[in-house]
Design a protein around this ligand. Structure first.
Ligand SMILES: NC(=O)c1ccc[n+]([C@@H]2O[C@H](COP(=O)([O-])OP(=O)(O)OC[C@H]3O[C@@H](n4cnc5c(N)ncnc54)[C@H](O)[C@@H]3O)[C@@H](O)[C@H]2O)c1
Ligand SMILES: O=C(O)C(=O)C[C@@H](O)[C@H](O)[C@H](O)COP(=O)(O)O
Ligand SMILES: [Zn+2]
Length: 363
């Protein structure tokens, strides 16, 4: 079939506005992404899996610039401060000035770390996102949340720093492993579950097509999720209110990822399980219904995502990790729960006993 046409979705943020371009072959459309580079110095940050696949195609667009690459080892465990320091050293070696640009070529790990490095170098330089995972295309490349993990928890250090542009070449998904593709679908379901019941129903009808990577269904799902997220980010760039909704499933999910030392669940998988736990907690607090929890579980299941807590998790350890979540205030848990599909809510002062009750029942 023909490649789906390019979609362009604006993220309107005043002086920090940019566009998200989604289409096939965008890595080779050098003229499109190169206009976002203002200076002479470029550092491409990627990893040891993605660079051998795609760095050559990006390099062809860097003719005439002074550029270098910095490659992370692969995996969430490498989204660390130590690697930010190494990336900053690579910028120093390049002699990068304030008009330098970082190109993030890879998934969310590369994008988050590259964006944070850009936020730090000389107090902030440009970066562009060339996302190569479904998760990065639908979520992490958009919205300017950048950062790294600490041993104490996920994303505990970071900055809001918007990219100059996002160029999602959906052709790169051809090499993405099945499990990673499915993990990306979890963040698509999340957007619909938060605030778009009609999108959720569409996902239910297209679940089989999406699981089989039907190109038209995949392109539409990406564009719809990005448009949804762009709207939220435009209204609340730095998460003073509404943007916290994008964290549905993440208070539980981040705790599961950290407790498993990033070796048990992928981020998207942890979000899938976390959304189910949030739905169960909503039920327990008299907010959501069993019917909606089951609809969520069924959709995630059809998409090949986990919905159960993996064996070996300790409820008390998970609760302790949840206490360090960035949404909390002054000793109270603040979670994203829902009243049903498409009706997520920020709930402050959630009782720890209620959280433990849900975790005990699930483990
Ligand atoms: N900043 C945000 O708003 C935001 C949003 C969601 C998630 N995140 C973060 O994103 C990270 C997860 O991102 P992810 O799921 O992309 O994981 P990832 O970056 O680890 O990539 C997943 C795997 O796919 C490989 N890969 C990437 N592109 C490939 C391709 N085209 N072909 C073959 N292999 C490829 C990677 O090497 C890796 O092994 C987490 O750290 C999460 O916290 C951030
Ligand atoms: O963009 C956002 O806002 C999100 O919360 C998107 C999440 O999918 C993403 O995983 C994000 O990195 C989590 O943010 P955090 O503030 O909980 O670290
Ligand atoms: Zn996420």
């Amino acid at each position: 079939m023909n490649a789906p046409a390019t979609h362009t979705i604006d993220v309107p943020l005043g002086a920090r506005s940019y566009a998200v371009h989604i289409g096939s072959g965008l890595l080779d459309d050098h003229a499109r992404w190169r206009q976002a580079i203002r200076g002479r110095h470029v550092l491409v940050i990627s990893n040891t899996t993605v660079a051998p696949l795609y760095l050559d195609r990006v390099a062809k667009g860097l003719d005439g610039l002074q550029w270098d690459s910095f490659l992370l080892d692969d995996g969430e465990a490498h989204k660390t401060f130590a690697n930010v320091e190494r990336a900053l050293a690579a910028l120093a070696k390049l002699g990068a000035t304030r008009d330098a640009c970082i190109i993030a070529l890879g998934g969310g790990v590369v994008g988050d770390l590259a964006g944070f490095t850009a936020a730090c170098w000389m107090r902030g330089i440009d970066f562009i996102q060339l996302p190569t995972t479904l998760l990065a295309m639908v979520d992490s490349s958009v919205g300017g949340k950048t950062g790294v993990n600490l041993p104490a928890g996920k994303n505990l250090v970071g900055a809001f720093h918007q990219p100059r542009g996002v160029f999602a070449d959906i052709g790169t998904l051809a090499t993405l492993p099945e499990r990673e593709f499915r993990a990306g679908l979890a963040e698509v379901v999340k957007g619909a579950a938060i605030g778009d019941a009609e999108f959720f129903a569409w996902l239910e009808t297209r679940a089989d097509a999406l699981a089989k990577r039907d190109p038209a269904a995949v392109a539409e799902a990406i564009a719809r999720k990005v448009a949804y997220k762009a709207g939220v980010v435009a209204r609340d760039e730095t998460e003073q209110g509404e943007r916290a909704l994008l964290n549905l499933g993440h208070t539980f999910g981040h705790a599961l990822e950290t407790a498993g030392r990033y070796a048990t669940l992928l981020h998207g998988e942890a979000v899938a399980v976390g959304m189910v736990l949030a739905a169960q907690l909503s039920q327990q607090l008299g907010m959501g219904t069993l019917d909606d929890t089951l609809r969520l579980q069924r959709l995630l299941d059809t998409l090949g995502l986990p919905t159960d807590v993996p064996p070996g998790m300790d409820p008390q350890q998970l609760l302790a990790l949840m206490r360090l979540d960035k949404k909390n205030t002054a000793g109270t848990l603040r979670l994203i729960l829902w009243r049903g599909i498409g009706r997520a809510q920020i709930v402050s002062g959630v009782a720890e006993d209620a959280v433990l009750g849900v975790l005990d029942a699930a483990i």
